[in-house]
Design a binder for this molecule. Sequence first.
Ligand code: BEZ
Ligand code: FE
Length: 294
Amino acid sequence: MPYITEENITEIALPRWGSGDDPRAAELLTALVRHLHAFAREVQLAEAEWAAAIKWLVRTGKISDEKREEFILASDVLGLSMLVVQMSNKWDPAATPATVLGPFHLDRSPDAEYGADMSEGIPGAPLYIHGVVRDIDGKPVGGAVLDVWQADSDGLYESQLSVDEARLRAKYTSREDGSYCVRTIVPFGYGIPDDGPVRELVNLTNMSTFRPAHVHFLIEAPGYERVITHLFREGTPHLDNDVVYGVKKELVVSFVENEPGPTPNGGESAEPFFTVEYDFVLQPQRPSPAGAGA
Ligand code: BEZ
Ligand code: FE
């Protein structure tokens, strides 16, 4: 074997990283080494810069836990999450498009009845999001589970606060005719967390650190592709410069202001309230490629 030089190290490393029995792992690892070496050569990476990057990764790991997903946030602001979302969800154009999951989703949200209020006790203008879950042929999809979550009017998610009970999140199930109704509060735009290594990185640029006002949905129904998406408020700031590249035109919806009176869940509001009417359109499940793992 030749001794290592700046010129030959990549060609020596590549076969080592491609030597495993799993062909996909070999493909991923060799491409990673190739691109890392090319990056270091292109920018002539200095030792001090290498050390700073390692420290940044360590800090990103240390600040992460089951509630704080700083690596997801890093992937989001780098545009990697949205690139992977788009490559992975090539659906019929009629289907509701997917967007980023983000770092603030929590598992096991409580079940909520049609039209139940997931914002109880939290200040904000009442908002009803309602419509039908259907498939691309227009067939209603009953029994779809809509896992919904959002930030409060300070831009904070439950996972950023110390609270004992589920806050601004719930799981709704579409009725037999596909109809669903979420009662919540009008969302506001917010900045990504300003106390961590990802924000430090973003602060080396002049880009916006904000997300436009939105509500998150993760929708699952047997026989259909899972869709992770948002609904954005039309006209809200930062639709054109979302820090995580998540906005798609199909997901920008009008928030209609209503006088006090009957609400979409069959109730009555004594105060003005907002409504969004939106049908989620699900992509029928595609057969998984032969030989693909679970
Ligand atoms: C969110 O919408 O919750 C979010 C997504 C990506 C980065 C930060 C926040
Ligand atoms: Fe969000």
